[in-house]
Ligand binder design. Structure first.
Ligand SMILES: NC(=O)c1ccc[n+]([C@@H]2O[C@H](COP(=O)([O-])OP(=O)(O)OC[C@H]3O[C@@H](n4cnc5c(N)ncnc54)[C@H](OP(=O)(O)O)[C@@H]3O)[C@@H](O)[C@H]2O)c1
Length: 331
């Protein structure tokens, strides 16, 4: 019984591979360029690798009965592609692999979704819960929400679906355009922005903690035959404020930049303007999504379902951010 992984060469995948190999699991990797994967991940040499470009459609038939399929590959929120490409990669390709998993009698299909599928509809008083509706404000969020909705419509038979919805994932080497990477770089610059006093809840998780949660949930056979029961919001605990995360990063790297305080409202307007410009193909650094993530509590998640499963993060949110900041900045 093997593990079939997509996106193993990505930020998250690079942290999942070592513990699976340590446990002696048989691994099957799906990637755009297996030769590059082998160079990127020396451990991949001991795995079977197959080519799958999700823009092209069907995945090669690699799933067998009893396998666990972990689908991590995706276009993130920063991708400069059109809506059609987002839907092809983040929605249609997921369905191809999920149907294959069900047809082959896989034991479990893990789908990495995101809080962006919900959109920023949480608040400090009413944090996001797994059964909240999908009201995404980005193509990325829309493509993941569509995938979740379509997965929920499948007949899962003997296969279990497990969907994880993390917020911002931080660690040593995130995708250079990701929210975590941008924040880490900003905190090492001569000056940095703090919006709305930095009071918003910042929904973050350390990459290694997310891998820990995933392995724990798999062991517990968490998940369901589709639908909301299969989903878990995931974040470190307790949920810090943006100001705390910024201060911890500066503490970790021993650097104190000049703070530029901004009220949250003008940023919101700039985020809306950014969406309009981006829709016309004009690059702009802000969007409703990025502004909501950095200056509002819209993505603040209630993780009581995850904690009720018995999972506890290996370290608290502060230690997690300190460790990631040091690793990111090579200290
Ligand atoms: N990073 C975050 O903060 C965050 C937050 C919430 C949810 N998530 C979710 O977590 C998962 C992993 O994210 P990550 O941070 O590891 O992202 P990442 O570092 O950008 O990695 C994405 C992976 O997807 C693969 N991929 C992209 N387009 C592909 C295509 N057309 N065909 C085949 N493979 C393709 C990439 O392959 P190549 O190596 O060939 O480029 C890469 O391995 C994603 O599903 C993401 O939506 C991430």
């Amino acid at each position: 019984m093997a593990f079939v992984l997509s996106g193993a060469g990505g930020f998250l995948g690079r942290a999942l591979l070592p513990p699976l190999l340590e446990r002696g699991e048989e691994l099957f990797l799906l990637g755009r360029d297996p030769a590059r994967l082998g160079r990127q991940l020396p451990e991949a040499a001991s795995c079977r690798c197959e080519t799958w470009d999700m823009r092209q459609g069907e995945a090669p038939a690699v799933v067998s009965a009893g396998d666990t399929v972990i689908h991590m590959a995706a276009l993130l929120g920063n991708a400069r592609v059109d809506r059609r490409t987002y839907l092809r990669v983040n929605t249609e390709a997921v369905m191809h692999l999920a149907r294959q998993a069900i047809g082959a009698g896989a034991e479990c299909f893990v789908f990495f979704s995101t809080v962006s599928a919900h959109g920023p509809i949480g608040s400090e008083e009413a944090p996001l819960r797994e059964d909240f509706p999908f009201r995404p404000v980005s193509l990325y969020g829309e493509s993941k929400a569509r995938a979740e909705e379509e997965l929920a419509r499948l007949d899962w038979g003997r296969t279990r679906l497990l969907t994880l919805r993390p917020g911002v994932i931080h660690g040593a080497d995130p995708n250079a355009h990701s929210s975590a990477a941008r924040l880490m770089r900003m905190m090492a610059a001569p000056s940095y922005l703090r919006a709305g006093g930095g009071r918003s809840c910042f929904n973050v998780i350390r990459r290694e903690h997310l891998v820990h949660a995933l392995l724990y949930l798999l062991e517990q056979k968490a998940g369901a035959a589709g639908g909301t029961e299969a989903a878990f919001l995931v974040r470190d605990d307790p949920c810090p404020s943006m100001a705390q995360v910024q201060d911890w990063i500066q503490q970790a790297i021993g650097h104190q930049g000049r703070r530029i305080a901004l009220p949250a409202f003008p940023l919101k307007v700039l985020g809306q303007l950014g969406d309009v410009l981006r829709a016309r193909g004009i690059p702009f650094p802000l969007s409703r999504e990025t502004v909501a993530g950095f200056s509002g509590s819209g993505y603040y998640s209630d993780i009581s379902k995850l904690l009720a499963s018995g999972w506890r993060p290996p370290a608290d949110a502060r230690k997690a951010v300190l460790a990631s900041a040091r690793e990111f900045h090579g200290q």
